[in-house]
Structure formats: structure tokens, C-alpha cells
Design a protein around this ligand. Structure first.
Ligand code: OXT
Ligand code: ADP
Ligand code: MG
Length: 579
């Protein structure tokens, strides 16, 4: 335990500690060694002292990016990522990331300093006054405030347990400025800290649930497994692979579950997605929700009504029947559920009928051939496919590289083209389709794992967190950012329908040079206009580990509105000028 630096004469005989040190000691005691944040009143010294105590404190330019970093740190490590912010505006900046973490089931703790309770509660206009606890509550799994230094240990313990147990999510911890200066005897402080034992206890499924699921599965003629990011989070990689292979059932990964089993695995049906969703008769959902990304489990995409039975593995009981009836719910943690299934399957499990796998393979071949034609073109200027072809090769050659991906066309095309080979190597916009995760995810991904990062960013997507290139250069992180610069949102050839001088709402300054941004901070900038230039620049970046930003010039006319989800974009039915 660290002692507070300044002590009064009376306190001099006894070792003392204070709120600052207790927060740091509580985090360290629980194996948390990284903090992502932005300094300022009242937490500047907390960051400084944490650094002095050997923690890694990464200071960002904006709290939203620090929050996204904390969230993905939680996803990658199963230990809550910590985001540290100042009061009111800093807290609010971090809140988008906290809500996004909760939505995506990523464990994180947003720790914000806050103003004086007495003044805030009487609304007397304190510096950065805001009732932060009340505002955070509906946007996270749990929210706590600590008023006494002696309660810091319990507060941190509750926050950790809430973030990682059951369905993981975001937690808010409110620390009023006055708390940090509170002094207490170091020995009492030491005793007040809690090392959280078994923070995410195994949740063993009921044997009857396993039997019910296997009964449903035995009756299947066209079974399908859908792997979601919950399955990747669970880190039960070997058992999941063993279950898929022993069952012989085709699988398709949701975006962030790509690589949990390699995309080139013979049972992978990602390239026949529409076929397997529509034609399967039993679907095993492992850590994936039947939300908008899966058309809520119903409608045309899922074939005729009544043609499907679902088995769902999830740690959250209330997820069951949230959109359609689940014939066989298995509630528990994925590791325990999958290993129970494996055991109960016995040694004579029948693989699905050959007609089913043959039909899938035929569809896969058609789609892969279609994709090959698009990838084979050497378009000038580059289109999405000619640029992505070389990035696909980069990941093939360096499969331990972590891929961060956001945008619309840049996201949807990259997801299809770039095969993933290892678990938890693809990080993207997730459940909300949110822009702005890019630099925060990239920074935490390399800080937490030590792996190189390739961030493939639409030019709009990049803009949401682009200032963090300075952070990347400051900490000299091995991150290579490729900005797919098509001069705008979805496309770069928009026209102002009003005919005025203002550009179209989806347009950016044409021909911008994002590579020059990173050069001003000492990083490597490259302008790439051909696939060869792009490949050379990425290879050099990954080999050197130097912060690099490549401005990949993409045909402004190559994209489509909203990427692959144009169907969700309402359009006015009224025919007006330019509409
Ligand atoms: O089976 P069929 O035949 O159907 O074929 C499918 C697969 O089988 C096949 N396939 C393959 N073929 C061959 N080989 C391989 N390997 C292979 N793999 C697959 O390909 C097809 C399609 O497969 P896919 O993609 O798996 O299937 P599908 O049907 O697309 O899947 C459906 C979905 C819903 C699961 C999938 O599309 C998906 O995951 N989508 C996520 C979409 C998403 O989240 N998008 C981001 C949000 S868009 C919009 O909101 C944007 N905004 C607004 C905004 C946001 N988001 N956030 C904030 C804070 N503010 C504002 C903005 C501002 S995007 C955006 C910026 C955009 O501009 P940029 O400049 O950044 O980007 P550009 O567009 O590049 O300019
Ligand atoms: P995707 O977007 O990939 O489809 P979702 O975020 O929709 O994935 O779903 C992830 C699901 O995984 C959530 O319902 C969550 O409760 C569940 N989950 C997360 N971790 C575990 C775990 N360790 N065991 C069981 N279920 C989990
Ligand atoms: Mg764009």
C-alpha cells in the first residue's frame, strides 16, 4: 500500500493513506493495471499518482475515445476496462462509450470525478455541476457513488463484480472530488480493500436444458450454428471448436466472432449466409442475439414462418424468447454450456445429411467466385475491392494482427473480403453500428495484447476519433490506420439538391490528405493510389511498428448509400427537387 505524500505532525507517527491512493490500491489489488482517460479537475492527481504507482495511464484527447478503449480492453481481457474522466462534460463525453459497452455486453467501469454533493443537490451552481449518478443509471448495468474513503474498497469491488458477472456490461463509479483528499490510517485503509474472489462465477446449465437441446438437434436435417461475439468473449475457444467439429454442423459467425473458428474452415458457411439463414431447420445460437443484425429471427430472410427451431445459449435468461420462441434455451456461461453439450453428445453423434452441406458448399462456391471476380479487378482509382484485396493478404500473412474496422461500405466490404484466422482479432462497430470506436479500440487493442493493429476506417468514421492519432504517436503504438478516402459519407459525389454553394450533406473536402495529419505528430504518412502502394505501405508499417496513417484514395463513386444496410434508411416518398 502506498502512503499519501503529505502528513500533518499529529499523523506523522502513524502511516496514513488517502482517497487517491485507496482507489489506485483497490484497482491494482484486483489486477487492473491500465487506465484510459483525460485528466482535469478533480482527477488530475489520480492519473499522476496511478502512473507513479506503476499503472499504465493512457491520456486521450477526448473521453469518448478513452471510454471506447476501456470497453474493448474489457472485451479482450474479461476484466473491466477503466475509463477515467472529469466531472459533467468529461463524464458526458464518456457516457456514449459506457452506453455502447453496455449494449455490446463489454465490461468496463467509467470512473468520473464529480462536484460537491451538497452544492450539486441544492443546485447552487458548483463548478461542472451535475447529478452524474442519476444520469448514468439508465445507461449502464449498475451505478455507484462512494462518499467515504473507507468505502472505496467496497465501491471498486461492487463495480468490478457488476461489470463482469452474468451478462457483462458498463458500470459507473462516481467519485466526488472531496473523497480523494480524505485521509485515514493506512492499516485501516488496507483492511478496507477487497480482492474480488471469482468475479464472474461459472454458471452451469441445467442437465435437463442440455438434454432438451440435444433432442431438438438430433431431429434436425438442416442444422446451423451462429457464433456471436459473446462466444468470442467467453474465451472457450477450444471447446467451441470441438463442439462445431464433433457436430459437423455448418456455422456462420457474426462480425466480431469471425476468426473464432477460421473463416476458411470447411464448415464455415459465412459465404452462404442468406442460404443458411433461410433454409436451416434448427439454429444453435451461441452468444449472439436475435436483434436487427439477424432480422429478429423472423421474416423473409428466415424462410417460411414456422420452418425454424432455435436453441440458444446465453448467460442472460431474459434474452430467451425476446424476439421469437426459443425451443431449447440453455442458460449458463458459454464455456460450461458448450462443454456440457460436448459431454452429453456421446461418441456416436451423426453429422448432418450430406445434401445439406453440399447445398451450402455449392452456394459458397458461387459467392466466392463472384467475389473473386470483383477482387481480381485492378480498378483505377481504387474501388473497395481492389484496396481490400491487399489488406486481406496482410491479415493472411500476419493473422495475429488485430483488425479494427468502421465505416459503411468500408465496414461491410471489409467484413466480407478479409478472412480472419484467430479469435477476437476483429473489432468493429458492434450492436449499434456506431462510428467513433476506431482509434479508442485500436489503442487499447495493442496496449492490452501487445499485438500490431490494422485499423481500416471510412473517412467519415475516422473523423469521429481522428485526433487520437496524436495519442498514437505520443505513445508510439504499433498501429497502422488505413483511411478509405472516398471524399464522403457512403460516396463522395453528392450534389446539393438545393443548388446552392454549400456542399452536399454527405460530402467532405475532396482530395483531402489525411496522411498529413499524422506527419505533423511525427508518425509516418503515406498517400496510396494503387493496391501496390497500399500493400507496400501497410507491410512497412507492420514490420516497423511505427504509427502510420495511409490515405487510400478510393473512387468517390464506388460506394452505396448506407453500405449493405440501405434497406434500413428511410427515404421521403414525396418527389421534391433533388429528392
Ligand atoms: O448469402 P448472400 O448471397 O446474401 O451473400 C452474402 C454472404 O453470403 C456473402 N459473403 C461472401 N461471399 C464470398 N466470400 C466471402 N468470404 C463472403 N462472406 C460473405 O456476402 C453477402 C453479404 O454478406 P454479409 O455482409 O455477411 O451479410 P449481410 O446480408 O450484409 O449481413 C447483414 C448484416 C446486417 C449482419 C451486416 O450487413 C452487418 O453486420 N452490418 C453492419 C452494418 C453497420 O453496422 N453499419 C454501420 C452503420 S451505417 C450508418 O449508420 C453510418 N453513419 C451514421 C452514424 C453512425 N453509425 N454512428 C454515429 C455515432 N453517427 C452517425 C455514418 C456517419 S455509416 C457512417 C459513415 C460512413 O461513411 P464512411 O466514410 O465512414 O464509410 P464509406 O461508406 O466507406 O464512405
Ligand atoms: P453479436 O452482435 O455478435 O450477435 P451480441 O452482442 O448480440 O453478439 O450477443 C452476445 C450475447 O452473448 C449476449 O446476449 C450476452 O448475454 C451473451 N454472453 C456474453 N458473454 C457470455 C458468456 N460468457 N456466456 C454466455 N453468454 C454470454
Ligand atoms: Mg467515406
Amino acid at each position: 500500500m502506498s502512503a499519501a505524500p503529505e502528513q500533518t505532525t499529529e499523523e506523522a507517527e502513524v502511516e496514513m493513506t488517502d482517497g487517491f491512493h485507496l482507489v489506485i490500491d483497490a484497482l491494482k489489488l484486483n489486477g487492473i493495471n491500465n487506465i484510459y482517460g483525460v485528466p482535469g479537475i478533480p482527477i488530475t492527481d489520480l492519473g499522476r499518482l496511478a502512473q507513479a504507482e506503476g499503472m499504465r495511464v493512457i491520456s486521450f484527447r477526448h473521453e469518448q475515445n478513452a471510454g471506447n478503449a476501456a470497453a474493448i480492453a474489457g472485451y479482450l481481457t474479461k476484466s473491466p476496462g477503466i475509463c477515467l474522466t472529469v466531472s459533467a462534460p468529461g463524464f458526458l463525453n464518456g457516457l456514449v462509450a459506457l452506453a455502447n459497452a453496455t449494449t455490446n455486453c463489454f465490461p468496463m467501469i467509467l470512473i468520473s470525478g464529480s462536484s460537491e454533493r451538497e452544492i450539486v443537490d441544492l443546485q447552487q451552481g458548483d463548478y461542472e455541476e451535475m447529478d452524474q449518478l442519476a444520469i448514468a443509471k439508465p445507461l449502464c448495468k449498475a451505478a455507484f457513488r462512494v462518499l467515504h474513503a473507507a468505502d472505496i474498497g467496497i465501491g471498486v469491488a461492487r463495480a468490478i463484480r457488476a461489470a463482469v458477472s452474468g451478462r457483462p456490461g458498463g458500470v459507473y463509479l462516481d467519485l466526488p472530488g472531496k473523497l480523494f483528499g480524505q485521509v485515514m490510517e493506512a492499516e485501516a485503509g488496507r483492511r478496507s480493500l477487497v480482492k474480488v474472489i471469482d468475479p464472474a462465477p461459472a454458471q452451469i446449465p441445467a442437465p435437463s436444458a442440455i438434454e432438451r437441446a440435444l433432442d431438438v438437434l438430433r431431429g434436425a436435417k438442416k442444422p446451423l450454428i451462429i457464433l456471436g461475439k459473446g462466444a468470442a468473449y467467453a474465451q472457450a475457444d477450444d471447446d467451441i471448436r470441438a463442439f462445431v467439429e464433433k457436430s459437423g454442423i455448418p456455422f456462420t459467425p457474426m462480425s466480431m466472432a469471425k476468426g473464432l473458428l477460421p473463416d476458411l474452415h470447411p464448415q464455415c458457411a459465412a459465404a452462404a449466409r442468406s442460404t443458411v439463414l433461410a433454409e436451416s431447420d434448427v439454429v444453435v445460437m451461441i452468444g449472439a442475439r436475435l436483434n436487427w443484425l439477424l432480422s429478429h429471427g423472423k421474416g423473409k430472410q428466415w424462410g417460411p414462418p414456422g420452418s425454424k427451431k432455435f436453441i440458444q445459449i446465453d448467460i442472460e435468461p431474459r434474452e430467451m424468447d425476446s424476439n421469437v420462441e426459443i425451443a431449447a434455451p440453455i442458460v449458463g456461461d458459454i464455456g460450461s454450456c458448450v462443454s456440457a453439450l460436448l459431454k452429453a453428445m456421446g461418441d456416436d453423434w451423426q453429422h448432418p445429411p450430406a445434401e445439406w452441406t453440399a447445398a451450402i458448399n455449392a452456394k459458397k462456391e458461387t459467392n466466392i467466385a463472384r467475389m473473386a471476380t470483383r477482387l481480381g479487378k485492378n480498378s483505377s482509382p481504387m474501388d473497395y475491392h481492389s484496396a481490400l484485396r491487399v489488406l486481406r493478404d496482410v491479415i493472411k500473412e500476419r493473422p495475429d494482427t488485430i483488425l479494427v474496422n468502421e465505416g459503411a461500405n468500408t465496414l461491410d466490404q471489409a467484413r466480407g473480403v478479409i478472412d480472419m484466422y484467430q479469435p477476437r482479432k476483429r473489432l468493429d462497430v458492434g450492436t449499434w453500428g456506431v462510428m467513433g470506436i476506431g482509434m479508442g479500440f485500436a489503442i487499447a487493442a495493442t496496449v492490452e495484447t501487445g499485438k500490431p493493429v490494422l485499423a481500416i476506417e471510412g473517412d467519415s468514421a475516422f473523423g469521429f476519433s481522428g485526433m487520437e492519432v496524436e495519442t498514437i504517436c505520443r505513445y508510439n503504438l504499433p498501429i497502422c490506420i488505413v483511411v478509405f478516402n472516398n471524399d464522403g459519407i457512403y460516396r463522395g459525389d453528392g450534389v446539393n439538391p438545393g443548388g446552392g454553394d454549400d456542399p452536399a450533406t454527405t460530402m467532405f473536402v475532396p482530395g483531402s490528405r489525411y496522411d498529413r495529419m499524422i506527419e505533423s505528430f511525427g508518425g509516418v504518412g503515406v498517400n496510396a493510389t494503387t493496391p501496390d502502394e497500399l500493400k507496400q505501405a501497410v507491410d512497412a508499417a507492420i514490420a516497423s511498428g511505427k504509427p502510420t496513417l495511409i490515405n487510400a484514395v478510393i473512387d468517390p463513386a464506388a460506394g452505396s448509400e448506407s453500405g449493405n444496410i440501405g434497406n434500413l434508411n428511410p427515404k421521403s416518398a414525396l418527389k421534391k427537387k433533388g429528392a
